[in-house]
Design a protein around this ligand. Sequence first.
Ligand SMILES: [Zn+2]
Ligand SMILES: [Zn+2]
Ligand SMILES: [Zn+2]
Length: 279
Amino acid sequence: MPHALLLGNAQDAGVPQAGCTCPNCRAAWASPLKRKLASALGLLSDEPGEWWLVDATPDFREQLRHMQTRAPEARLAGLLLTHAHIGHYTGLIHLGFEAMAVRGLPVYATRRMSGFLRAHAPWKQLVQQGNIVLRELAPDEWHTLTPDLSIKPVLVPHRDEWSDTVAFFVRGPSRQLLYLPDIDGWDQWGRSLTEVIAEVDVALLDGSFFSPAELPGRDLARIGHPLVTDTATRLSGQAADVRFIHLNHSNLLHHAGPEREWLKTQGLKIGEAGDEWAL
Ligand SMILES: [Zn+2]
Ligand SMILES: [Zn+2]
Ligand SMILES: [Zn+2]
């Protein structure tokens, strides 16, 4: 039976963020146990012992190690990328000549994301030297990874400076999961959030910011992410296992407190590195 494993729950820059001394970062500088890796997902298929990494984050080293420890017999069969923001692809640097020097590792991405990697240094060196092989993914189509594991990318609205942005549906024999770390807002998406969530068993959603209280003095309209309080309200009463990921370093949900308690009353959780689901 295939499994999905959450390998981190922070926004691109992780916790602690470089140069930051906010309360969450101060706590994480003081205690390594409070450090949070950037959001990424491992997909493990025990037949034939292969796994895929969704998003190559700045914490790629630790996340690769986690999977190799969890499934030492399994082979890294490929990477899937959501978009060209630092938390989602820059871990690719570890695949090249100065580091792992892998050969022919498939990297699945949209046409625009593939074009970005092909056109710009240092990423194009990975392509030219054959460390990675780009496989273009068409949105809205199911792609088979193994007989028991398929993925479907769907476009989501986001600040698309260098690439477009996708979320991934992941389907095993018995359950379906949605991995959606970044989106500008639910109303800008051409889909109904509640209808999408009704179709899946597990949803890992953009939880970058909890509430306006976290961002004093900032124009809410320009944040570019749905607030957890808003998403939770839209999803009250749904049946799926919904967990928030991609939490900004400032997010009040990083530590125990009234915000987490409130989330629990809504029947929702935050995703934590190490969470695992049989699919
Ligand atoms: Zn991100
Ligand atoms: Zn901080
Ligand atoms: Zn992004």
